[in-house]
Design a protein around this ligand. Sequence first.
Ligand code: NAP
Length: 247
Amino acid sequence: MSRRAVLITGAGQRLGAATASRLMDEGWFVFIHVNSSLDAAQKLLEESMTRNGNGCGHVLQADLTVDSQLQRLVEDVKNHTIVAQNGLAGMVHNASFYSKSKFEETSLETYRNLNRLHMEAPYFLTQELLPELKAAEGAVVGIVDTSWGKAWEGLSHYTSSKAGLRQLMLNLAGELSPTVTVNCVAPGAIMAADWESEHFTNVLKRVPMGRSGNASDIAAAVHHLLESPHLSGQVLHIDGGWSLNDT
Ligand SMILES: NC(=O)c1ccc[n+]([C@@H]2O[C@H](COP(=O)([O-])OP(=O)(O)OC[C@H]3O[C@@H](n4cnc5c(N)ncnc54)[C@H](OP(=O)(O)O)[C@@H]3O)[C@@H](O)[C@H]2O)c1
């Protein structure tokens, strides 16, 4: 069987890194995209090569809010031998920037950058690499969240751009069928940001499973969606049942 290649954005740290690691262990060739976490990504790749042998991935750097860097990322993926030969079997839109600020104090520039990161970059990457995705009858996964239809204080800029990504993925699930599957993973409370530990502890009180999830839970969900050719147009909540209690 030919080698399957996947691009994961924002994969140098945290949930993206766990997903990259899982997929390399499962035999995928992973393009580990980073913005600033070059050293962490290189270490992740070296550790995987120790377990799985050479040639299980490649680190690529780009600021996804900058058009010229997005274009270079596309070229780097397209021109890689494994993609030129086998196409691109997976694309995971994981890169994100999570910050809290009052609506009145959040600048238009901040909002535009989040829209670029959560919506424009996934749109552009999927569009530009569509021939390669089609060639491999590939799968696209958007990492969204559980905020859909809710009002989260101080997070309008974040939740609305994530809602845009969710809708983009669902629309593409229709448009790209039957060749390419498109799904979302919606993590609940998995790994707190530095600034939200108190809020995170309070959230966990409303999670039926009574605890946070693990990065490996997200990695397993992404792996499942990438390898399920009859699964498309779904949003898989990995949230310990949190959505049941938070209306
Ligand atoms: N953590 C949770 O519990 C949770 C809950 C709900 C949803 N999610 C979603 O799950 C995904 C992973 O979560 P996470 O907490 O691991 O994410 P994260 O740490 O907030 O962000 C992931 C990566 O995005 C990259 N990134 C940020 N700005 C970028 C830019 N301008 N250009 C390119 N890359 C950029 C960063 O790369 P560098 O480090 O290389 O700069 C960062 O490591 C995200 O989409 C997040 O919204 C997470």
